[in-house]
Design a protein around this ligand. Structure first.
Ligand code: ACO
Length: 373
């Protein structure tokens, strides 16, 4: 929260306060009560981002563990017990990220009762954009007819939604925009190698979105914490297709346009550590405890990762939201998809505290603490 700052106590004991560039001189007798009044007034002048509506969309195609057994050497039981995933949704021929983002965004706008033309900012988190240029956010902006919105993509893999939410919230806090559409969408079926049993079992396609609105009330994004460690870059990458290895016959023949993950176990350990730390940082900053949380919504990577995070933090199973049994890991879509299900399923009431946390390629990770309502 922003705060008033005492600049100096002048010789005559007159107090000089600074509040974000404004200065105010107070006499000593006003000090304690006036400081409180000033802080209260100031906090009400500062707008924060409130989640005003949610939406999500998954494609109709289903890829079950039985289907995967026909593609790679595995068993449905192995996949279920080692990951908790039962099936994933996959797009049809020709479907791209904005085709999933569009219905998710429309549902979020509808639930927020906000018109497309009222949106000032669109941030789309994705690593599977429609095209490298322009951004998926621009494709979406045109299709939604959000005529006045500025629009750009964020590449932070499975942490993308938490990154995008933080960016949009900070645009609102800075007073630059009043409403934002934050979307997480990924179409991993287009970049997964269905001959690699170490990765193809994990990922599915989907989209989720929230509308953030400026508020001076208590229901809002309370904090976001973001982290990155590029030394983990090789642990999860799509090697070709960028400027390092542009697409050519050889990159296609060598299968370099699909996800490579040399060590699932390294990611497993880093994800548990990163999400636990990010949640703890949010709890500490907001001076709340795990007991105050109504729900913990972690990125849906692997049920064993989620349970390990829950266990380390002391969050019981009933407050640990999971839906990966039905969707697998939908990357940037996983948190907004889960949040939308939690909201529509009646799992969140005004005033509830919900913690979001993610970990993904980069490495990137983070958390967001939200007061619902
Ligand atoms: N089917 C059957 N057997 C398999 C399969 C499979 N699909 N894959 C591996 N195995 C075998 C291995 O060969 C190995 O056999 P061995 O003991 O004879 O050598 C055994 O199963 C154990 O292999 P591990 O790799 O140790 O299996 P693990 O329990 O670590 O599970 C998994 C692998 C599911 C990938 C896990 O490490 C994981 O989920 N890691 C996190 C990765 C992740 O989530 N990446 C997504 C992006 S980042 C993020 O979202 C956080």
């Amino acid at each position: 929260m922003a705060s008033a700052r005492r600049i100096e106590t002048l010789a005559d004991k007159t107090l000089d306060y600074g509040v974000d560039g404004m200065r105010m001189v107070l006499t000593p007798e006003h000090e304690s009560s006036f400081e409180e009044l000033l802080l209260d007034w100031y906090s009400r002048q500062t707008a924060y981002g409130r989640i005003a509506g949610t939406g999500s969309y998954v494609p109709e195609g289903r890829l079950t563990n039985q289907d995967l057994q026909k593609l790679v050497e595995t068993t449905p039981e192995w996949i279920q017990t080692r990951t908790g995933i039962g099936e994933r949704r996959v797009v049809g021929e020709g479907q791209a990220a904005s085709d999933l983002a569009l219905p998710a965004a429309r549902r979020a706008l509808e639930s927020a009762r906000v018109g497309a033309e009222e949106i000032d900012l669109i941030v789309v988190a994705t690593v599977t954009p429609d095209t490298w240029m322009p951004s998926t956010a621009c494709w979406l902006q045109a299709r939604l007819k959000c005529r006045r919105a500025i629009a750009f993509d964020v590449n932070a893999a499975c942490s993308g939604f938490v990154y995008a939410l933080s960016i949009a919230d900070n645009f609102i806090r800075a007073g630059k925009v009043k409403s934002a559409l934050v979307v997480g969408v990924d179409v991993f079926s287009k970049i997964v190698n269905y001959q690699d049993r170490g990765t193809c079992l994990l990922f599915g396609d989907g989209a989720g979105a929230v509308v953030l609105e400026a508020t001076t009330g208590d229901s809002r994004v309370l904090s976001t914490h973001l982290y990155a460690d590029g030394s983990g870059a090789k642990a999860l990458e799509v090697p070709a297709g960028g400027s390092r290895l542009p697409a050519c016959h050889e990159t296609v023949e060598r299968g370099l346009h699909t996800v490579t993950m040399p060590s699932g176990q390294e990611i497993f350990r880093s994800a548990v550590r990163g999400m636990t730390e990010a949640v703890q940082a949010a709890l500490d900053e907001n001076k709340v405890t795990v007991a105050d949380l109504t729900l913990l919504i972690p990125h849906q990577a692997n049920i064993r990762i989620l349970e390990a995070v829950g266990e380390r933090l002391g969050v019981d199973r009933s407050r640990l939201f999971t839906n990966l049994e039905r969707y697998g890991n939908t990357s940037a879509a996983s948190i907004p998809l889960a949040l939308d299900e939690a909201s529509r399923g009646g799992r969140l009431a005004p005033g509830d505290l919900v913690m979001l946390t993610a970990f993904g390629a980069g490495f990137t990770w983070g958390s967001a603490l939200v007061r619902w309502g």
